[in-house]
Design a protein around this ligand. Structure first.
Ligand code: CMC
Length: 390
C-alpha cells in the first residue's frame, strides 16, 4: 500500500486542482474566478456571482436575466414539505432544520438526482438556489409561530429573503434598500472559500456519486460547527457575554490564551490566512456603513472593535498570526437587519451554496475523479483470539 503520511486536519494535503477560487493566505488575497472579492462585493448581484462561480463567467445581461428566471421558477417549496416543519420542535436549531429539509428535497425531486445527467444537475442547481432562502425563512417563522410567507419572484434574492423573514399577512414589510444591499454584500463575501471543511465535505460526499441535494445537506451539517460557520453565532454570543460581564475584553483575551480554559476567541484565527482575512475588512467597513445608514448604535460593535484591538496587540495572537476572520463582524450586520442570532449560520449557508455547487460540479467534470477514500495507520490491538468476556 506504500508509505502513508498522516496530516492531521489535512493542513498540508492537497485534495484537488480547482479553477474556482484563488486564496493567498500570506497576502490576504481572495478572488472568485480571478475577480477580487472587494470588487465583486460592491458591484454585483448575488445571483450573478453564483453564475460566475458555477459556470465560470459573470453573466451578460441576457444570461443574467435567463439565470434569474430559471432559478425563480423554483422558489416555492412543495406544500407537503410544510408537514416537516410541523414535526420539528419549536426550539429546533434552524441549521438542523435546514440540513434536514435540504436532504428531504431528494424525496420530492426524484427526477433530478442523477449526478451524471447534466440536465438533471442543472435543474437541481436551480432548485437549491431558489429554495434555500424559502426553507431558511420558514424555519424562522416556525420558531416564532408565525405563518409562512410565500416567496415573491419580482424581488431580488436578498429582498425576497428579508420579505419572507419579516412580512406577515397583516402587514406588508417595508424592505429597506440599505438592508438589502448589506445582505447582498454578505452573501457574496461568503460565496466561496476553496477547500474549507464544508466544501470538502460536499466534494467527499459527492465523490461517491451521491446526489446534489444529499451532498449539500452534508455541507450544511459541516458548516454548523462552531469552528467553521457556526463561529458567527458563537462570536455574537461571546460578545454579548463580554458586555453582560461588564465589558472587560482583556479578561476574555487572557482566557483565550489560557489553554486550560478551552475557550477561544470566536471569529479569530484561520487555517490559511496568516496576515488578515480580506472578507473581515470588507465586512467591518460595511458595518460602519450599515449602522450609520440604518441609524443604529450597537454597543456590540464597539466591544468587537475593542476586542480586536487588544488581541492584535497581544504577543500570543501576534506570534500565532491570529486575525479576526469573516465571522467576527458579520453578526453586527445581521443584528442590524433584525436577524436573530440562531439564523446567522443559516445565512452563511445561503451565501456558501453557490460555492458548494460549483465545487461539486467541478469535481464531476474532472476526468480523473475517484471516490474520496483517505488511508490510515492502524494503531489498535494486534490479532487476538475470540474470547467471551466474563
Ligand atoms: N483563540 C485562541 N487561540 C487560538 C485561536 C483562537 N480563536 N485560534 C487558534 N488559536 C491558537 C491555537 O490554540 C494554537 O495554539 P498553539 O500553537 O499554542 O497550540 C494556534 O493558535 C494554532 O491554532 P490551530 O487550532 O492549530 O489552527 P487551525 O488552523 O487548526 O484552526 C481555526 C483554525 C479557525 C479552527 C481556529 O483558529 C479557531 O478555532 N478559531 C475560532 C473559531 C472560528 O472563528 N472559526 C471560523 C473560521 S473562518 C470561517 C469559517 O471557516 O467558517
Amino acid at each position: 500500500t506504500g508509505h502513508i503520511t498522516i496530516d492531521d486536519g489535512y493542513g498540508n494535503t492537497g485534495s484537488t486542482q480547482s479553477a474556482i477560487t484563488f486564496l493567498d493566505g500570506e497576502k490576504g488575497i481572495l478572488r472568485y474566478r480571478g475577480y477580487p472579492i472587494e470588487q465583486l462585493a460592491v458591484n454585483c448581484d448575488f445571483l450573478d456571482v453564483a453564475h460566475l462561480l458555477i459556470f465560470g463567467e459573470l453573466p451578460t445581461a441576457k444570461q443574467s436575466e435567463d439565470f434569474r428566471r430559471m432559478t425563480l421558477r423554483h422558489t416555492m417549496i412543495h406544500e407537503e414539505m410544510r408537514a416537516f416543519y410541523g414535526g420539528f420542535p419549536r426550539e429546533a436549531h434552524p441549521m438542523a432544520i435546514l440540513s434536514s429539509v435540504v436532504s428531504a428535497l431528494s424525496t420530492f425531486y426524484q427526477d433530478s438526482l442523477d449526478p451524471n445527467d447534466p440536465r438533471q444537475v442543472e435543474v437541481s442547481i436551480y432548485r437549491l438556489l431558489a429554495k434555500l432562502p424559502t426553507i431558511a425563512a420558514y424555519s424562522y417563522k416556525k420558531s416564532i409561530g408565525q405563518p409562512f410567507v410565500y416567496p415573491q419572484n419580482d424581488l431580488s434574492y436578498s429582498q425576497n429573503f428579508l420579505q419572507m423573514m419579516f412580512a406577515t399577512p397583516c402587514e406588508p414589510y417595508e424592505v429597506d434598500p440599505d438592508a438589502v444591499a448589506a445582505l447582498n454584500l454578505l452573501l457574496i463575501v461568503h460565496a466561496d472559500h476553496e477547500q474549507n471543511c464544508s466544501t470538502s465535505t460536499v466534494r467527499m460526499v459527492g465523490s461517491s456519486n451521491a446526489n446534489l441535494f444529499a451532498s449539500i445537506s452534508a455541507g450544511i451539517s459541516a458548516l454548523w460547527g462552531p469552528l467553521h460557520g457556526g463561529a458567527n453565532e458563537a462570536c455574537v454570543l461571546m460578545l454579548e457575554r463580554i458586555l453582560e460581564e461588564g465589558g472587560d475584553v482583556k479578561k476574555f483575551v487572557n482566557m483565550a490564551k489560557d489553554k486550560k480554559s478551552n475557550f477561544r476567541l470566536m471569529g479569530f484565527g484561520h487555517r490559511v490566512y496568516k496576515n488578515y482575512d480580506p472578507r473581515c475588512i470588507i465586512i467591518k467597513k460595511a458595518c460602519d456603513k450599515v449602522l450609520s445608514k440604518l441609524k443604529i448604535r450597537d454597543p456590540l460593535f464597539d466591544v468587537a472593535k475593542e476586542l480586536e484591538e487588544v488581541a492584535l496587540n497581544d504577543p500570543y495572537f501576534i506570534e500565532r498570526k491570529l486575525y479576526p476572520n469573516v465571522d467576527f463582524y458579520s453578526g453586527v450586520i445581521y443584528r442590524a437587519l433584525g436577524i436573530p442570532v440562531q439564523m446567522f449560520t443559516v445565512l452563511f449557508a445561503m451565501g456558501r451554496l453557490p460555492g458548494w455547487i460549483a465545487h461539486w460540479v467541478e469535481m464531476h467534470k474532472n476526468p480523473n475523479k475517484r471516490i474520496c477514500r483517505p488511508r490510515q495507520i492502524y494503531t489498535g490491538p494486534a490479532e487476538r483470539p475470540f474470547k467471551q468476556p466474563e
